[in-house]
Design a protein around this ligand. Structure first.
Ligand code: SF4
Ligand code: MG
Length: 321
């Protein structure tokens, strides 16, 4: 089995509290029955508009959130219900790179301490070994030598993200979940950070779950891509088939909105009407039916499941049944 990660029917619901007694009056269905796998060394991209559940999916896999139901199998081991020491140990192997590097770095800690903290938590290396290791990590991610003794505020946004990446690498993890890792950065530094992540992937044998709303960023980074809408995975395919032949009407709309510099290749942009419904009160049937330009009557009644319609290309839409 070449899969590093297997997600089966994952649901993550948040309770909504209301009324005088703060009783649970409903659920936000942030992730609603999502299944996928990621092969060793592969990058799976997850795209969708904000609020579609892609970050919640990532956080649930890392077990920063507890799943409501479903299974998370990591490297052959079921980690769905781990807690305490077992969870802490399992976490060595998966790390997160966050969207806002500044918010995720303690401003009062020296960079050397930030990056060495995960190592200190898991080993009792000598101070010298620890320092050598951190120095070489800092150098590898492209930070200056004296970064070790500086504080996060002394760095630019791109450099802070490099600090976050060094920290994520410190324990030599197998999986990195990168949640919008460049969307807070200037466009000019975005590709530098993306290319760094790609180089590190080869060097450190990393597997990536790469979460972003920007389809060109995801295309640059991913082998396969999953498209999420309202807590559901609506399409999953190889990068090339997804971009050249998107099947789901939602994916088609997303892809039609990517700017095409070549006027001969430009296609008509599909503009979706209305807003994304609330995940606290999702529509019946297909979650996309309230905005789908080709919806049929039955779309509001039956919820389509993800089906493989061509080798490696899965879609959840009745048009392909
Ligand atoms: Fe549109 Fe119906 Fe397909 Fe949903 S199932 S995407 S509403 S055609
Ligand atoms: Mg998000």
């Amino acid at each position: 089995n070449g899969n590093l990660l297997e997600i089966q029917n994952l649901k993550t619901y948040y309770p909504i509290k209301g009324g005088f007694f703060k009783r649970t009056v409903g659920n936000v269905k942030a992730v609603d029955d999502v299944s996928f796998t990621i092969g060793k060394g592969e990058t799976l991209g997850l795209v969708g508009e904000s609020g579609c559940g892609k970050s919640t999916t990532g956080r649930t896999i890392l077990r920063l959130l507890s799943p409501t139901s479903g299974k998370i199998i990591f490297d052959g081991k079921d980690i769905t219900n781990l807690s305490g020491k077992d969870l802490r140990l399992a976490r060595k192997d998966f790390q997160m790179v966050f969207q806002d590097p500044y918010a995720s770095l303690n401003p009062k800690q020296m960079v050397g301490d930030i990056v060495s903290e995960p190592i200190r938590n898991f080993s009792n290396k000598s101070l010298k070994d620890l320092k050598d290791e951190v120095m070489s990590l800092l150098k590898r991610v492209g930070l200056p030598e004296d970064a070790y003794y500086k504080y996060p505020h002394e760095f630019s946004g791109g450099q802070r993200q490099r600090i976050g990446i060094a920290r994520a690498l410190a324990l030599k993890p197998k999986l990195i979940i990168a949640d919008e890792p460049v969307s807070a950065l200037d466009v000019s530094v975005q590709s530098q950070v993306l290319n760094l992540l790609k180089e590190l992937q080869d060097e450190f044998d990393l597997t990536f779950l790469f979460i972003a709303h920007d389809l060109s960023v995801v295309k640059h980074m991913s082998d396969r891509i999953g498209v999420m809408y309202l807590g559901n995975l609506v399409e999953l395919a190889d990068k090339d088939s997804l971009y050249s032949e998107p099947l789901h009407p939602y994916t088609q709309a997303l892809i039609s909105a990517i700017p095409e510099p070549d006027p001969r290749k430009r296609k008509e942009r599909i503009v979706l009407q209305g807003d994304v419904p609330s995940p606290a009160n999702p529509p019946t049937g297909c979650p996309f039916h309230t905005r789908c330009p080709v919806a049929k009557e039955e779309c509001s009644k039956v919820k389509p499941t993800l089906k493989e319609v061509k080798p490696g290309h899965q879609v959840a839409c009745i048009l392909y049944n």
